[in-house]
Design a protein around this ligand. Structure first.
Ligand SMILES: NC(=O)c1ccc[n+]([C@@H]2O[C@H](COP(=O)([O-])OP(=O)(O)OC[C@H]3O[C@@H](n4cnc5c(N)ncnc54)[C@H](OP(=O)(O)O)[C@@H]3O)[C@@H](O)[C@H]2O)c1
Length: 285
């Protein structure tokens, strides 16, 4: 029986990245639907749950993605509301690679040193990856701050993560290089999760910071998010700090993403979100 992965995307175009990883994770067909909201998915979900016998339902799964974390979370919850006993398929949430990227990044940092009680700053942490990274750091016992160019946006991200994960995260405005350097002055850990191709720190803003122990940059597209860190760096020592580049931990992100897709087809009851994806990342790291 063919393994069918239905890609439910909150953006107009379903993510090509997620389609490719869907195939690489073991799906025989990946069927993308864009522009989905909780209000227009009923028939799509019913098509996944009513079409195969109980023993065969594990061959159908749903992947929720898109660039908006809140919209993805709402869609993920709405999908599950259409399930009832005996009629469900496995489902995964990974808006913009949020869960798999954040999980891989934080899990790799965890192999470099303890996160417990450390002061951590997630620069430009208002996107899907940054929000999830902040939540995972907080779940590991770090004291976490999210920065944004605008305080209200950082506060919105913190509130969303507090509501979802019951963790407390601080919000801070930091709109230019100097303000971001100031925001990380007392940090032990920095993760840069700014938009693709946006430089958030230059070498002089972090290399002489004595408090800093570990840094990771999620942005693989030049200019990189943290100047002075190589995109391929894998937990190497750089100016007395351990640094991880985007591809350095990106190999784990891809392996994790594929492993999660494979898991969806093992059973029809998997619900993969931040907690169990992070737990798998820590085992794989
Ligand atoms: N390494 C991997 O395996 C991997 C996998 C997936 C994604 N990524 C990367 O992870 C990063 C985060 O992804 P995402 O989807 O969460 O990002 P995103 O939503 O596109 O952007 C994150 C935040 O960046 C800030 N930002 C945007 N333009 C900016 C500018 N010109 N100057 C300063 N800040 C700016 C915005 O925050 P404010 O408006 O609040 O300031 C935005 O919320 C991206 O670089 C992406 O390419 C890496």
């Amino acid at each position: 029986m063919k393994k069918l992965l239905f890609q439910f995307d909150t953006d107009f175009h379903p993510s090509v990245f997620d389609t490719v990883v869907g195939y690489d994770g073991g799906a025989d067909h990946v069927i993308g639907h864009g522009g989905l909201t909780p209000d227009n998915i009923a028939a799509l979900v019913e098509g996944t749950i009513f079409t195969r016998a109980p023993k065969d339902k594990k061959n159908t799964a749903i992947f929720v993605g898109g660039s908006d974390m809140a919209a993805g979370q709402a869609l993920f919850e709405a999908v599950q509301k259409h399930f009832f006993p005996g009629f469900q398929v496995s489902v995964m949430l990974d808006s913009n690679g949020s869960n798999t990227t954040a999980a891989a990044c934080v899990a790799k940092l965890g192999t470099s040193g303890t996160l417990l009680t450390k002061k951590a700053v997630v620069l430009a942490g208002t996107g899907p990856v940054g929000q999830r990274a902040a939540a995972m750091l907080a779940m590991e016992g770090a004291d976490v701050t999210i920065t944004s160019r605008q305080l209200w946006n950082a506060e919105k991200a913190c509130e969303a993560m507090e509501k979802r994960f019951n963790v407390h995260i601080h919000a801070q405005a930091a709109s230019d290089f100097d303000e971001r350097a100031e925001a990380i002055k007392e940090a032990n850990i920095v993760i840069a999760t700014g938009a693709t191709g946006v430089e958030l720190l230059r070498p002089e803003h972090w290399q002489n910071n004595a408090a800093l122990e570990m840094l990771a940059d999620a942005n693989a597209t030049p200019p990189l998010g943290i100047g002075g860190i190589g995109v391929m760096d894998k937990g190497i020592d750089c100016h007395g700090k351990i640094v991880w580049g985007a591809i350095g931990f990106g190999a784990l992100k891809l392996a994790l993403h594929r492993a999660c897709i494979a898991q969806l087809f093992e059973d029809n009851k998997h619900v993969l979100d931040a907690e169990n994806i992070f737990s798998l990342a820590k085992k794989m790291a």
